[in-house]
Ligand binder design. Structure first.
Ligand SMILES: [Zn+2]
Ligand SMILES: [Zn+2]
Length: 139
């Protein structure tokens, strides 16, 4: 594995993933109520990546909830240990959101940005990021 590679997985090791750091679109803390409820903590630290940049090993169990803006959020958990690993929005399959805590090295120099903003604003930012990603990666 090169310095450019990041790897992670669930608590029990049944699910593993990897990606190349240059593919990272953004990293932020999300304090919305959905993230608080689904992680059972004060916030979720999320890495946004193009779906095709993530190499998955093992199978996740997805649970779907409807967001405040009416989209279908799919959250993927390890079938064995229940760790949250990644999530994606059904309407935006081009990008996935990896839980930064699942990284093998979560000291994460990439986690530079912390945003304490409400849920509706998150969606606006994501849309902008996705548009940027589309331009960048030529989806
Ligand atoms: Zn597991
Ligand atoms: Zn959130």
């Amino acid at each position: 594995m090169s310095d450019e590679s990041e790897s992670g997985g669930c608590l029990c090791g049944a699910v593993k993933f990897g990606f190349e750091k240059p593919n990272l679109i953004s990293a932020h803390h999300c304090h919305c109520i959905d993230c608080q409820k689904s992680t059972g903590s004060g916030k979720a630290t999320i890495l946004m990546l193009p779906s095709k940049a993530i190499k998955m090993e093992g199978e996740l169990k997805f649970h779907t909830t409807t967001t405040a803006s009416g989209r279908n959020m799919n959250r993927g958990f390890c079938r064995e240990c229940g760790s949250p690993v990644l999530s994606f929005i059904e309407e935006m399959p081009e990008v996935k959101f990896v839980k930064a805590g699942s990284l093998d090295d979560s000291s994460g120099s990439c986690l530079a940005v912390s945003l304490a903003i409400s849920a509706w604003l998150i969606w606006l930012i994501w849309v902008i990021l996705i548009l940027m990603a589309m331009v960048f990666y030529g989806f």
